[in-house]
Design a protein around this ligand. Structure first.
Ligand code: ADP
Length: 462
């Protein structure tokens, strides 16, 4: 199964978001725990102060009648806003009547046997309470002083804390994710620039270099390393091009010598038929090899030269007339109809002989790949303000799968390889000439209805 690629920015954002989320939850838990124990300690202090006060009152009123002390105790309960308080004897019985019905109904924890102070959690009528229980000796009397306070206030504070935490999580998560995405996107922007530049570099423009930022980071090193690699490729390709140009050039001499010698030998009337056949074969093969070498030499020079060299007004109708003048006798010989139409005579900036060569390559192909009886139509027209030269034939056409490759060097579609002579360099040269004129060379073909080549020049440049 194909895995959908996830961009680095998105992955970093997910990481930022995830780390932030866990960090925030951890922070929330720690804060919650600390708030809980602070509130508990606060409650303890309030209750401890209340019991201290109760203790003082008991000490001060020692020796007074039970009635009076009960009154003092009631006053105390009133002064603490009916705060829950109770005084038990060591045997568990109430030392004084409860100051309020709430205190008498309260489920006070058992007096117990220990003599240390206790701070307990108690449920009364479904509500949680904190209770302090402190043993106290008053003369002969052993008492346990109780005070209680509801925990509800604390719970509301804790609840509000959670609520605040939970509502802030999505907002902060969104802010941190957007911030993370923006930062990573910004940090990785140079990668997009390097990718676009690297994509635009091909064998034809290896001298171009990737943009290098002065950030001193990994991306700068990456761009510099790629540039060093391009430098090595450029010089290696340059060597190969020079070698091809030199080899083609050097081979031309011996080849034309071989061809001349064979042609001279062929003219010898005393040569026996077998030798004549052999000489004729040599002449034919040498001619093919010469044409191949010419093509290779042209392309090798094209690779070495700058593309913006040719700039003179060229009359396209004259180009059509010359090239078609050469092709017409061949078309007649092969029983093909060659027609020309020049609705609008047009001039372009360029090089006459290169354009004639381009048209000749297209005509030569049309002649080669159109079986008799057939048609070849050459038209010169203006299409959307762009001078356009069209060569249409009624020949064997080109398969859709071959169309993207026919301008590649040495590419020949299957039927041509076996049936028609050629070397697969013609259209590569034609494409180079088109590029030289900033023109587009387009092809359209239906295998049953022949092929159409269109040379579309830039909008009128004269
Ligand atoms: P070649 O020397 O083989 O003609 P080209 O580069 O001129 O080399 O053409 C490349 C290939 O494109 C040819 O081999 C042929 O298969 C195909 N092709 C070119 N022009 C035509 C055409 N007019 N009709 C059909 N096929 C064509």
């Amino acid at each position: 199964m194909l895995k959908k690629p996830v961009s680095i920015s998105l992955r970093l954002t997910i990481w930022f978001g995830g780390i932030f989320f866990f960090g925030w939850v951890l922070f929330g838990l720690v804060m919650w725990q600390s708030l809980k124990s602070t509130l508990r300690a606060d409650r303890y202090q309030t209750l401890a102060r209340r019991v201290d006060r109760l203790q003082d009152l008991l000490a001060k009123t020692q020796g007074e009648s039970d009635e009076d002390r009960h009154q003092v105790f009631k006053d105390f309960a009133h002064a603490t806003g009916n705060g829950l308080a109770e005084i038990f004897s060591a045997d568990g019985s109430r030392a004084y009547p409860s100051p309020s019905p709430a205190a008498s109904a309260f489920p006070w924890p058992a007096v117990g046997s220990g003599d240390g102070e206790r701070f307990l959690h108690v449920l009364a009528a479904g509500q949680p309470y904190w209770v302090i229980a402190r043993p106290y000796s008053l003369g002969e009397q052993s008492l346990v002083l109780y005070a209680a306070a509801p925990e509800a206030g604390n719970l509301v504070i804790l609840q509000n804390f959670w609520r605040g935490l939970l509502t802030s999580v999505p907002v902060l998560l969104l802010i941190s994710s957007l911030g993370g995405y923006w930062m990573s996107h910004r940090a990785l922007k140079p990668v997009d620039r390097i990718t676009a530049a690297a994509r635009s570099i091909s064998i034809g423009n290896l001298s171009q270099r990737l943009p290098v930022s002065n950030s001193g980071d990994e991306l700068q090193r990456l761009a510099e390393t790629c540039n060093a690699m391009l430098q090595r490729l450029d010089s290696a390709v340059g060597q190969i091009k020079r070698f091809t140009a030199d080899a083609s050039h050097e081979l031309r001499g011996p080849l034309s010598f071989t061809r001349t010698v064979a042609e001279v030998a062929l003219r010898n009337p005393n040569a026996d038929p077998e030798s004549r056949r052999a000489f004729a074969d040599i002449v034919e093969e040498a001619a093919k090899a010469t044409s191949l070498l010419e093509g290779m030499l042209t392309l090798a020079r094209a690779d070495a030269d700058s593309l913006d060299t040719v700039q003179e007004p060229v009359d396209l109708s004259a180009v059509v007339q010359e090239a078609c003048g050469l092709a017409r006798p061949l078309a007649d010989e092969r029983n093909l109809t060659l027609s020309t139409s020049m609705a609008s005579v047009s001039q372009v900036l360029g090089d006459f002989s290169s354009l004639r060569r381009l048209l000749w390559i297209l005509l030569d192909n049309a002649l080669k790949y159109t079986p008799a009886p057939g048609r070849i139509d050459v038209a010169l027209s203006m299409v959307s303000g762009r001078p356009t030269l069209t060569v249409r034939d009624s020949g064997i056409g080109i398969a859709q799968s071959d169309l993207p490759h026919i301008f590649d060097r040495f590419y020949r579609a299957d039927p041509s390889r076996s049936q028609v002579e050629g070397n697969g360099l013609g259209l590569a040269i034609a494409k180079w000439i088109a590029d030289l004129h900033h023109a587009e060379l387009l092809v359209d073909s239906d295998q049953r209805q022949g092929a159409t080549f269109r040379l579309v020049f830039p909008p009128r440049n004269l």
